[in-house]
Design a protein around this ligand. Structure first.
Ligand SMILES: *[C@@H]1O[C@H](CO)[C@@H](O)[C@H](O)[C@H]1NC(C)=O
Ligand SMILES: *[C@@H]1O[C@H](CO)[C@@H](O)[C@H](O)[C@H]1NC(C)=O
Ligand SMILES: *[C@@H]1O[C@H](CO)[C@@H](O)[C@H](O)[C@H]1NC(C)=O
Ligand SMILES: *[C@@H]1O[C@H](CO)[C@@H](O)[C@H](O)[C@H]1NC(C)=O
Ligand SMILES: *[C@@H]1O[C@H](CO)[C@@H](O)[C@H](O)[C@H]1NC(C)=O
Ligand SMILES: *[C@@H]1O[C@H](CO)[C@@H](O)[C@H](O)[C@H]1NC(C)=O
Ligand SMILES: *[C@@H]1O[C@H](CO)[C@@H](O)[C@H](O)[C@H]1NC(C)=O
Length: 342
């Protein structure tokens, strides 16, 4: 995905931009490599999230629960994977502007409240292919909810912000829930003025043999019939190596979870902690959460935080599949990670 070059003078005229305000001043250094980020901008986006929980166009599937989940009023313990349409207006028939792909877990014993881990992938205009990542708490029956925007890719690379959610419709008979999203996010950072760290390593995922590093832990009753394995959830503890060979020097582990969260292509919601074990990074962690469309040549995911050496850091990872060896059950992915320190 190519980085979009943004000039502060461009008037942000697009289908869901409501307004844009310039907060801070000029770029003295002609920042290279990233975007032309001369100024900080606060931008507002507005769109509607459409969730269909029944019928032929069902967009959300239950993948796990416990034996008491359905007896509790708040469905405590239910875990779902979604690939819901995003529309410009509140009607389901309104113009499609993207998809939201990710997971939710009902995580309250008292009122229906979800832990959300969602990637919003836009398909229109200059946002086409760009992703916003949100993780937060959604107490569904409150009139307005707020969820943090922790990162993004493409146009939204290094974004930070928040979304206000208001339920527009909850139709029991059709299973359609429509939620209006107002997203406020800030873009613009002088990388040239920041301390950055570049990391390069290979991620080795072993799915076959006696010691697989990734295991399937949950799926929906529709997953096996889905061409994109929609709803399958994996937990991984994959080796990270210095070079592309599995026998190359180990430099850490990639521990976390991924869910196949697209109904059309093989694209996952990945939530991964990179635990590094070498040199000055030994014991430090980088946390990545994003959308990984595995079949694309080059992908990008946000680094949303870290610990130890990477405390309060953020950034982004650019990755490319280096080798796919189905016979050995081995996938090797090259990662370049740019970390920005506070
Ligand atoms: C399902 O989606 C298709 C294509 O968007 C649409 O033509 C059809 O009317 C939808 N069906 C229902 C029941 O919503
Ligand atoms: C649910 O499973 C747990 C542990 O497997 C068991 O102790 C408990 O009795 C079960 N509860 C119900 C309501 O079936
Ligand atoms: C969005 O990008 C995809 C892939 O690059 C392209 O096929 C599609 O036509 C684009 N859509 C719009 C509305 O620009
Ligand atoms: C979203 O913004 C629109 C227009 O600016 C406003 O009418 C609506 O109340 C806002 N919704 C929330 C949840 O803030
Ligand atoms: C899957 O489970 C749901 C309830 O969670 C049920 O309504 C549906 O009929 C099941 N579908 C299949 C294909 O078994
Ligand atoms: C990393 O730290 C662990 C625990 O402190 C230590 O046992 C290990 O030897 C260190 N590894 C390297 C390569 O420094
Ligand atoms: C990572 O960076 C190196 C050095 O700049 C470059 O050769 C390589 O193609 C990059 N790989 C990815 C996946 O971006």
């Amino acid at each position: 995905m190519a980085a979009t070059s943004i000039s502060a003078s461009i008037v942000l005229l697009s289908f869901f931009i409501v307004s844009s305000a310039i907060l801070a001043a000029a770029d003295k250094h002609g920042v290279r490599g990233i975007h032309d980020r001369g100024r900080k901008k606060t931008t507002h986006l507005q769109f509607y999230f459409q969730e269909l929980s029944s019928g032929p166009n069902m967009s959300v599937v239950r993948v796990a629960q416990t034996n008491t989940t359905d007896a509790t009023p708040a469905s405590f313990g239910a875990v779902s994977v979604a690939d819901n349409p995003l529309t410009e207006g509140p009607e389901l028939s309104s113009k499609l502007v993207g998809r939201v792909q990710g997971m939710y877990a009902a995580a309250s014993q008292e009122q229906f409240t979800l832990l959300l881990a969602l990637n919003f992938v836009f398909t229109e205009g200059k946002y086409n292919g760009s992703v916003l990542t949100m993780v937060g708490r959604n107490p569904v029956f409150e009139s307005v909810r707020e969820v943090p925007v922790l990162g993004g890719t493409g146009y939204f690379r290094l974004a930070r912000g928040y979304a206000l959610l208001r339920t527009y419709r909850m139709d029991q008979s059709t299973g359609l829930v429509t939620v209006g999203y107002n997203v406020t996010h800030e873009r613009g950072i002088h990388l040239a003025e920041k301390k950055t760290t570049q990391l390069h390593f290979y991620f080795q995922e072993i799915s076959a043999g006696p010691n697989p590093s990734v295991v399937l832990v949950a799926k929906a009753n529709t997953t096996d019939a889905s061409p994109s394995s929609f709803g399958s959830v994996f937990v991984a503890d994959n080796p990270l190596t210095e070079g592309p060979e599995l026998t190359s020097k180990p430099v850490g582990r990639a521990q976390g979870m991924y869910a196949a969260a697209s109904q059309e292509e093989f694209a996952t919601m990945m939530s991964i902690n990179f635990v590094l074990t070498e040199g000055e990074y030994n014991g430090s962690v980088l946390t990545m959460l994003g959308r990984n469309p595995i079949a694309q040549h080059v992908r990008e995911m946000p680094i949303i935080g870290g610990s130890g050496y990477f405390r309060l850091a953020w950034g982004y990872a650019v990755l490319r599949t280096h080798k796919l060896d189905p016979a050995a059950g081995l996938v090797t992915v090259e990662y370049n990670v740019t970390v920005i320190h506070p």
